[in-house]
Design a protein around this ligand. Structure first.
Ligand SMILES: Nc1ncnc2c1ncn2[C@@H]1O[C@H](COP(=O)(O)OP(=O)(O)OP(=O)(O)O)[C@@H](O)[C@H]1O
Length: 226
């Protein structure tokens, strides 16, 4: 069977903070993520999990090595080109939801769609409402984030991350502020997202029970994948 082109690939990825005593955050990581794959980044505190995720998400630049997105080398791209790729191809979820407090949930989901401007206005609203419905938030669309529960807020943040139908969803401890039930719901959403839409999901987690539910684990120790 032909091996599919990885949607996301790291080759010899390293990130060193310069200084009198340079600090190595990520050290020579090679990884290839296939479309529809659900991958956990695990490892002890300070092992470089978030640093690796930021590199994979084109939010930080490696000091050596490169990231390929859908087979395209991102190393030569400038800041604007990277921002465009993030907007069009990647979705992000963090431990804190980072929803805009003065906007409704619906308007929060519309922000990345408006920025991309790939759809007429009415179609954007329809798509955003459909996403919220799929995440069990149909009744919350016109509320502000502070009127939602913690679990609902994180699902709204996931809806926003999915607004532009990313090829890869990157999540940094997305269940860190959630109780067990809501944490499981988030992982259930990730699992069906990967299986049903082919979106690759890469998530940092401390939680062994959740990590065991993914297809594959990248375990980091001192910035190296072991
Ligand atoms: N800007 C920075 N300046 C100095 N040290 C940093 C900086 N960013 C990260 N570090 C250090 O680099 C190491 C890796 O950090 P990173 O946040 O990637 O680890 P992590 O595995 O995600 O940790 P945690 O599980 O605690 O969130 C840590 O030791 C951290 O303290």
């Amino acid at each position: 069977m032909p091996v599919p082109t990885p949607v996301l690939e790291a080759r010899g990825l390293s990130r060193v903070l310069p200084g009198p005593v340079p600090v190595t955050l990520v050290n020579g990581v090679d990884v290839a993520v296939a479309p529809g794959e659900f991958v956990a980044i695990t490892g002890p505190s300070g092992s470089g999990k978030s640093s690796l995720l930021y590199l994979l998400g084109l939010l930080d630049r490696p000091t050596s090595g490169t990231v390929l997105l859908e087979g395209r080398d991102t190393a030569p791209l400038d800041g604007d080109e990277l921002a465009r790729l993030r907007l069009e191809k990647l979705g992000f979820v963090f431990q804190f939801h980072f929803l805009l407090p003065e906007f409704t949930v619906l308007d929060n989901v519309l922000v990345p769609m408006r920025k991309r401007a790939a759809l007429p206005r009415a179609a954007m609203t329809e798509h955003a409402l459909d996403l919220l419905d799929r995440l069990g938030l149909a009744d919350q669309a016109r509320k502000r984030p502070d009127q939602l529960s913690g679990g609902q807020r994180q699902r709204a943040a996931i809806a926003r991350a999915l607004a532009n139908a990313p090829r890869v969803l990157l999540a940094d401890e997305p269940t860190g502020n959630l109780d067990t039930r809501n944490a499981q719901t988030v992982f259930d959403i990730f699992r069906s997202l990967a299986a049903d839409t082919g979106t690759a999901v890469v998530t940092v987690t401390h939680d062994e029970h959740l990590a065991a539910q993914t297809d594959r684990r990248l375990h980091l120790v001192d910035g190296r994948c072991v």
